[in-house]
Design a protein around this ligand. Structure first.
Ligand SMILES: O=CCCC(=O)O
Length: 450
């Protein structure tokens, strides 16, 4: 079996990657085991030196790596290069902070009691194609700084990126087996999870993939972190700076051609300002330049695969049949889906209920701020949200009532190495990034001395 790298803009197949046989896969698992035995004994200083070198290798090669990202999944080149830079920044962050994050913790007991953090083995990661570098370095940098090793099953359309990341680790001086990409097919996933060297599974992907992988992790008593779908609310209240909100709304829905779990998807606007916001938003979306992702000045490339564009087209068609009103866009040709806004969406509409993974924005009108929060919470997903109001205190109060893992006030929702990231409800569980992220796959061992 073969995975193909297909440029979604030109439709050219430019690389083919063989799927590992079970014998090859077992060898990789054995290599993980022997690498872990040594790696867990290394000092933070040694790990940090290599991690900083990795950041350097990524930055040095950001042009070439960015081009690979664009060719495999279609995002515009400046976004691809920025992704490589952000990934390098995460390597630096954990190189600088891992030791402090994992320091022993002492308890106030009458005897001496301490918690220490021990690495546990190989973290098995199943990662998506939408941020093929960032999603990987986001989990791998903390895991490896903590003394674990890792095996990556990347999405079949970005195996070139997976191989490039593995090469970057080796170039940075990491021993073989610390980071391994494994091109495997779905039926091989259980044998990896079952392997004794694998201590846990981290998955970023769809709700459906998360549900089946989490079940397997449960079956084999392995910890899992699930970062799944989202339908983030972007709440605009009467006193919001509408111009700024509409600018960030455009960015938040259309970045990466709308293909991010934390893209704003439901724009919930109070009735008094809804017409004005919708007009400003539509105007800005209409100005976006779509085309060849390698061409300067282009702001949006194609969707990553034809089936994704097909699915989004069906969701749009059904939404319109259900009563939504098209105000911008709506056309598509192959993988190129016009940036689109629909208005007068309600909670029964398919574009409200399902995750829309592409450049389709929905406007929902709310009576007031409490109604807006209720609409935001009336959803199976709870990844992130944004709230726009000039009354920051009130916005913060409302933010506390929003059912999501991250809520931003007057700002673009984005992930940041320093801040825990993850969702609730069907958006998953566990956290990446920050201090909590590095502790997810550690044995927090209590030592008690009488
Ligand atoms: O797709 C979701 C990840 C996006 C991010 O971490 O910035």
């Amino acid at each position: 079996m073969i995975f193909k790298s297909i440029n979604p803009f030109t439709k050219e197949v430019f690389a083919e990657h063989e799927v590992l046989t079970n014998i090859q896969l077992n060898k990789k698992l054995q290599l993980s085991e022997s690498a872990f035995k040594k790696w867990k004994t290394t000092s933070f200083q040694e790990r940090a030196g290599k991690m900083q070198k990795l950041a350097h290798v990524l930055r040095e090669n950001k042009g070439k790596l960015g081009l690979l990202i664009t060719n495999e999944m279609g995002k515009i080149l400046p976004e691809s290069i920025a992704e490589v830079e952000k990934s390098a920044g995460n390597c630096d962050f954990y190189a600088e902070n891992a030791e402090q994050m994992l320091k022993d913790e002492y308890y106030d007991t009458s005897f001496k009691s301490i918690s220490v953090y021990d690495p546990m083995g190989a973290v098995f990661a199943i990662m998506p194609w939408n941020y093929p570098f960032w999603q990987v370095l986001r989990y791998a940098a903390p895991a490896i700084m903590a003394g674990n090793v890792t095996l990556l099953k990347h999405a079949p359309n970005v195996i070139g990126c997976a191989k490039a990341i593995e090469s970057a680790f080796l170039e940075a001086g990491f021993p073989e087996g610390i980071f391994q990409q494994i091109s495997i097919d779905i039926p091989q996933v259980e044998s990896v999870i079952a392997s004794d060297i694998v201590c846990g599974v981290t998955l970023t992907g769809s709700e459906m993939a998360g549900s089946s992988v989490a079940s397997l992790a449960g079956k084999h008593i392995k910890k899992s972190v699930m970062e799944l779908g989202g339908s983030d609310a972007f709440i605009v209240l009467n006193d919001a700076d509408l111009e700024k909100a509409a600018t960030v709304a455009t960015q938040s829905r259309m970045l990466n051609a709308g293909q991010a779990c934390i893209c704003a998807k439901r724009f919930i606007v109070t009735e008094k300002v809804a017409d004005k916001f919708a007009a400003l938003f539509a105007q800005k979306v209409q100005l976006l330049k779509q085309g060849n992702p390698l061409q300067e000045g282009i702001q949006m490339g194609p969707l990553a695969r034809l089936d994704l564009a097909d699915k989004l087209a069906k969701q749009l068609e059904k939404s319109l049949q259900q009563g939504a009103k098209l105000i911008v866009g709506g056309e598509r040709e192959n993988c190129n889906f016009q940036p689109t806004v629909i208005d007068f969406v309600d909670s029964n509409n398919v574009a409200f209920q399902e995750e829309t993974f592409g450049p389709l924005a929905t406007i929902i009108r709310a009576k007031d701020s409490n109604d807006a929060v209720a609409i935001a919470n009336n959803h199976r997903y709870g990844l992130a949200a944004a709230i726009w109001s000039e009354d920051r205190e009130n916005a913060l109060k409302l933010a506390r009532n929003i059912e999501a893992g991250n809520v931003f006030v007057n700002s673009l929702v984005r992930s940041d190495s320093r801040i825990p990231f993850g969702g609730i409800k069907k958006s998953g569980y566990g956290r990446e990034l920050g201090t909590i992220g590095i502790k997810e796959f550690m044995n927090m061992k209590s030592l008690i001395i009488e």
